[in-house]
Design a protein around this ligand. Structure first.
Ligand SMILES: O=P(O)(O)OC[C@H]1O[C@](O)(COP(=O)(O)O)[C@@H](O)[C@@H]1O
Ligand SMILES: [Mg+2]
Ligand SMILES: [Mg+2]
Length: 323
């Protein structure tokens, strides 16, 4: 069994990028150990603050953000970082080649009920000489990512990542504090009969999405001709991981609750990294109308509608949108 550094070296990942990824992982291990301690570590509950998205920050949102931010801005190869929990991008080193965006704690509503949460990260190359506190340098589409990954803090802590050469899974060996490769060449089944969507938003969806879900619910008698199962963990990391392991489709579509927002999930630190992982595992990822990784970001906190998972099922949802 290989350690993370051995896998990255075998994949020909440049040493500087490896040092950046390594710092992300050091922070994630710290988050994993704090989560294990739970209430004993005083990490549960909310702060009195809101983030730039207008969401109340949980203590662990802030703790995880600070761990990632502090280690990354000190890394000489990091030009800057962008985070769900930071209003603006933060400068690292002007000579740094890499930009890191992250959702430090995904599925925040699960923290206090002891359910699965995760960390999502994406790495881009800085294309010009602007400082990392200028968000312009980050505004590249998802195809430009050089690495993407997540850590799922579940019964075991798993690191799932890609540097564009397939998807590897590593399990945190808590006896030595190292991520050890436990799967490689992960491949998502092309077909599925399992969907994940927050059904309570149904009345706000576009007619195309309503129609697809209505047809799923009709089962064998409906136009899709099969009986569907449903799951909702309320943590994108956990949903994507389930899909990576056994197939499925995850959707957080556009809804009209706040017409100024294109969806709930964020393009640069949720949509793009998850899309790279899913595509690298043979799945597909779309807004319903175009590939997520082709969306041109206008701002670091842009939102995006998300439909991802088993390739043939995603194609069906796209076909509903193109009817
Ligand atoms: O509140 P809902 O509609 O169940 O939303 C759950 C979704 O929101 C998220 O928790 C958003 O992420 P954050 O917790 O990082 O804000 C996703 O992980 C998840 O899929
Ligand atoms: Mg999130
Ligand atoms: Mg978050």
């Amino acid at each position: 069994m290989k350690r993370l550094d051995q896998v990255l070296a075998a994949d020909g990942v440049p040493a500087e990028l490896e040092l950046v990824i390594n710092d992300v992982i050091v922070a994630c291990k710290d988050i994993a150990f704090k989560l294990r301690q739970g209430e004993l570590a005083g990490i549960l509950g909310a702060t009195e603050d809101e983030n730039v998205q207008g969401e109340t920050q949980k203590k662990l949102d802030v703790i995880s953000n600070d761990l990632l931010k502090d280690i990354l801005v000190a890394n000489p190869y990091v030009r800057g970082i962008g985070s769900e929990e930071e209003d603006y991008t933060v400068a690292g080193h002007d000579a740094g080649k890499y930009l890191v965006t992250f959702d430090p704690l995904d599925g925040s509503s699960n923290i206090d009920v002891n359910l699965s949460v995760g960390t999502i990260f994406s790495v881009l190359e800085a294309q010009d000489d602007q400082s990392g506190d200028n968000q312009e340098v980050f505004l590249q589409n998802g195809r430009k990512q050089v690495a993407a990954g997540y850590v799922l803090y579940g019964p075991s802590a798993l690191l799932v990542m890609t540097t564009g050469n397939g998807v590897n899974i590593f399990t945190l060996d808590t006896t030595v504090g190292e991520f050890i490769q436990t799967k490689s060449g992960v491949s998502i089944p092309e077909d599925t009969a399992e969907f994940a969507i927050n059904m309570s938003n149904q009345r706000f969806w576009e007619p195309e999405m309503k129609q697809y879900i209505d047809d799923c619910l009709q089962g064998e008698e409906g136009p899709l001709g099969k009986r569907y199962n449903m799951r909702w963990v309320a943590s994108m990391v956990a949903e994507v991981h389930r899909i990576l392991m056994r197939g499925g489709i995850f959707m957080y579509p556009y809804d009209s609750r706040d017409p100024s927002k294109a969806g709930k999930l964020r393009l640069m630190y949720e949509g793009n990294p998850m899309s790279m992982i899913v595509e690298q595992a043979g799945g597909a990822s779309s807004t319903g109308r175009m590939d997520i990784m082709d969306v041109a970001p206008q701002g670091i906190h842009d939102r995006v509608p998300v439909v991802l998972g088993s390739k043939n099922e995603v194609a069906k949802v796209v076909a509903y949108h193109n009817k």
